[in-house]
Design a binder for this molecule. Structure first.
Ligand code: NAP
Length: 437
């Protein structure tokens, strides 16, 4: 633990704020903040670079240069001790001659845990751990959940009307929250690796699920639809934009061309080195930039360049009418082919079992997942106990007749969740709850 100095919490709070700058943009590494402080002044500061490398410590040390000697380094996560794709950060701290290292969170990665600290102490550096640990853990939630639970950190977001509804039957998207709350949701999407909806929402709302905030467009999450029987319309906005921002359709193994027996569990997919969760980033042909948050294995392998989409019988645009569920094997096969030709990845993994799907997503480097509904999907995730955080927006709008009841109200938050705060956005109120482990 070491002796905590009076200024430690203040500098660690600043390091955590810095770490948050790149949350969701360093896949699959954690976004770590590092400050080098000498005689009470910050002489070096850095956050893990976009894409995950270089780590924060060498950048902050390079900025401090000679001033790092005998200085104190504040790091939100234990410095790495092994040779991964980058040299160990603990070695860099030793080489620059820092006198003290203050750490918020110890790394759960078994190859790092305690070893970075031991390396520093062996070199005669004073080490203090656990400073603002709760806040540090919050800032690293995706990484820590993926490392310790082998699944992404799951946030469930729901917008509920004054009469307890989340939408209205058969009318598509209904505006429940106002522009301020919607801007906040855009910011949440931007710091999340993947976003998930049920096919009911994909068909009725025809959502884009991207980040449209100017300047943050490249931070759109990978979009995932739970779609047991491949009913996602080819003319939906999701499919039409699949080459710009990846779309994964999770279909039931029963409709897999390989059959239920052979439907490939996605957890068998290759490609993850556990070094701070690093996987090599391989831009997709459609990636807007190498900074976009596309996990390497989400390179959907459909080949480069757009391909013609053959409209299927009964296919219509967007809303409910397009979502005819194919039932014949030949129709399902042709739907599969057409979706893939449009740039969509079809993943055969029982969509009703998030406990199987989530580890598969973690294997692909997805550390944080935003579940945006609808009612059935939210209920399933809550029932399987796979929600880490609930963001419940309550709006003054009244839906009335034909409303779809919310699976969750502020009055029936499941046990085990602690209320973390209330925030006001225009006329709407956001309550945040987090699972207490
Ligand atoms: N206010 C909000 O925050 C918000 C957010 C999103 C959506 N919505 C509204 O919610 C409505 C749609 O809700 P919904 O409940 O009908 O649709 P949904 O939850 O989006 O999708 C449910 C459909 O997905 C299938 N499904 C596949 N895997 C599933 C799984 N693991 N868990 C649950 N369902 C799964 C179900 O098939 P089976 O029926 O065959 O089981 C069902 O048809 C729309 O009106 C939309 O506007 C509101």
């Amino acid at each position: 633990m070491g002796i905590v100095q009076p200024e430690d919490e203040r500098f660690m709070a600043a390091a955590i704020r810095l770490a948050r700058w790149h949350t969701g943009q360093t896949s699959t590494n954690p976004s770590v903040g590092c400050l080098i402080v000498r005689d009470g002044a910050i002489v070096g500061r850095a956050v893990t670079a976009l894409g995950g490398r270089p780590h924060a410590e060498p950048q902050a040390l390079a900025e401090a240069g000679e001033l790092a000697r005998s200085a104190t380094a504040y790091v939100t996560l234990e410095p790495c001790s092994h040779h991964g794709k980058t040299p160990p950060c603990a070695e860099a701290l030793i080489a620059y001659g820092v006198g003290r290292v203050v750490i918020s969170v110890t790394d759960p990665d078994v190859r790092v845990s305690g070893r970075g600290i031991a390396m520093l102490r062996d070199a005669g550096i004073e080490v203090t751990t656990g400073v603002l640990e709760e806040e540090g853990r919050q800032s690293l939630a995706g990484y820590l959940t993926r490392q310790t639970k082998n699944r992404p950190y799951v946030t469930l977001k729901l917008a509920v009307s004054a009469d307890g509804m989340i939408g209205r039957e058969g009318v598509g998207q209904v505006a429940i929250t106002g522009p301020e709350a919607r801007a906040q949701v855009q910011a949440l999407r931007a710091e999340t690796d993947a976003i998930l909806v049920g096919i009911g929402t994909a068909i009725s709302d025809d959502p884009l699920l991207t980040v449209r905030t100017p300047g943050l467009e490249a931070q759109s999450p990978v979009r995932i639809v739970l779609d047991p029987a491949l009913a996602l319309p080819l003319t939906s906005k999701l499919v039409e934009t699949a080459r710009e921002v990846p779309v994964i359709v999770v279909a039931s193994e029963e409709v897999s061309p390989l059959g239920a027996e052979e439907g490939l569990p996605p957890s068998a997919l290759p490609g993850i080195s556990p070094t701070r969760g690093e996987i090599g980033k391989r831009p997709t042909p459609s990636s807007p930039s190498s900074d976009s948050k596309v996990p390497a294995s989400a390179n959907l392998g459909q080949g480069a360049g757009p391909q013609p989409i053959s409209p299927l019988v009964g296919e219509m645009s967007g809303r409910t009418e397009g979502g005819n569920t194919p039932t014949e094997p030949a129709e399902i096969d042709s739907r599969h082919t057409a979706l893939e030709a449009a740039g969509v990845e079809v993943l055969y993994c029982n969509p009703y079992h998030p406990e199987v799907l989530l580890p598969a997503l973690a294997t692909r480097g997805i550390s944080s997942l935003l579940v945006e509904g609808g009612a059935k999907t939210a209920k399933l995730f809550l029932e399987t106990g796979l929600v880490d955080r609930i963001q419940l927006y309550q709006a003054p709008v009244v839906i009335g007749e034909g409303g779809i009841e919310s699976p969750l109200q502020a009055t029936d938050i499941p046990s085990g969740f602690a209320h973390r705060g209330t925030y006001i956005f225009g006329a709407d109120r956001l309550d945040e709850y987090e699972r207490e482990n």
